[in-house]
Design a protein around this ligand. Sequence first.
Ligand SMILES: [Zn+2]
Length: 559
Amino acid sequence: MFENLFVPVGTLLHMTVASVTDEHVRVDLAAMAPAMPCPRCCVLASRIHSRYQRTLADVPMIQRPVVRILHVRRFFCNQAACPQRTFCERLPDLVAAGARRTTRLRTEQRRLGLEVGGEAGARLAQRQGMPVSPATLLRLARRAPLPVAPTPRVLGVDDFSLRKGQVFGTILVDLERRQPIDRLPDRTSDSLATWLEQHPGVEIISRDRATEYADGATRGAPAAVQIADRFHLLQNLREALQRVLEQQVAAIAAAHALPTEPIVPAAAEQPALTEPLTVAASADPLAGRSRRERLHAESRACRHVRYTQVRALARQGASIHAIARQLELSRQTVRRLLRADQFPEQGQRRPQRSKLDPFVPYLRDQLATGNDNAAALWRVLRDQHGYTGGRSQVTQWIANHRQLCPPGAGTVRRGRPPATQPPPPPTPRRRSARQVSWLFMRPFDRLDAEGQQVVERLTQAVPALQTAYTCGTSFMTMVKTRDYAAYDGWISAAEQSGIGALQSFAVGLERDGAAVRAALRLPWSNGHVEGQVNHLKRIKRMAYGRAKFDLLRQRVLAA
Ligand SMILES: [Zn+2]
């Protein structure tokens, strides 16, 4: 019965020798069939010409590589009419002709190559007892047969970047079967049109808003219904809202300030830059601030210099292209800085939650009584209050809040003068135009209290922003609920809004009108394609971005 472990099931072989060492398992096998059919004339032959050995690698056993020594025979073909004089024994169930590894080992190794790639696959294979070189794994992966996919009825098309932001490919997904079908090496209309011509029968094509795919789909499958992907519709809306908000930098800053300060709508004329640069002041106002705050102030100063340079060059009549080249900025950045009505502050990230948060009131009380011994406080928190975070977190917090100590109290530190300035009042999180644009797509009751306050103050101070907010939320609701009936009304509202960015967004929608209307009428969307793009990115990163297009295609489609 143990022989079953060593002899591949379904083969006419018997084991002659088996040995197990620390390095490997060796199994000698010999064929049992007394006669073999000639591959040419198919008549059974039994006269043996010679015997020889083949050494094969097989799938591992007890975590050791398996070496199979196959004792095989060469037969004479006795048929006078047959041109084949001799032939060797074939074992097609076990191994391909001339191969050095069994079919099942090749299948396992190919799977490793497809799933985890060359280098990592080779390391795993070594551990699992089927050693193989990275190059061989990739060769096996490249030769993997591709599954034959039927032509989809509903096709999702999207791009992905092969090299970050420089080279793009196209991913094609069957949206009904939720399967990737193919990859195209670029994102041109020609490639898509050619693919569609070779695969007739696609009835519905969901695509982004770029003209290339629209054109390719029209030429390759003129009868198919095109759908503008809803995710991309909302993305375009958000970008339009961001452009509107970038002209209201002053209002956004004021909306995040304390409620006592009034909001001034953007003036038509560019206001003079009167705000002082934080790091340029003679007396260092950052004395006693943390390293992070200093770095932040330095980077803000750099951005401020860049902003003034861009504005100055534009005043001298330089084109966006020329400014971008001279200052080594992207044209998009230059455009954004020129649109802004004042220096755009960077948005702040939402503060991350920390394990220390529940204990902050306690720490404040302690500092107020003059106790700023971080090590002692950490021990008390850990032993008596159940704090599970690290000691450095407590130390850092104390260092940042030592000004809460009453004057003269607390430990006197070497090197750092005691803070003399009163602590700055806590200010609400500041948002960039981009971050506010997300708020402008949400219905008011779906915003948190902070978001509601910002939206309320902006829309009350600047009437155009009230219009933009209404347009933004109603478009969002229309797309989410696929409210086809609301579309025409929304377009005319946007056209009459008097807001340039929204008007050109509406013009763009109307240019692609049939596909946008289809997006509101039909249930299909590219959500699943995005998932496939993420899967593809994961594979690409696993290969450190070095996988060539053919291998990437194999690993996505054959895996
Ligand atoms: Zn023959």
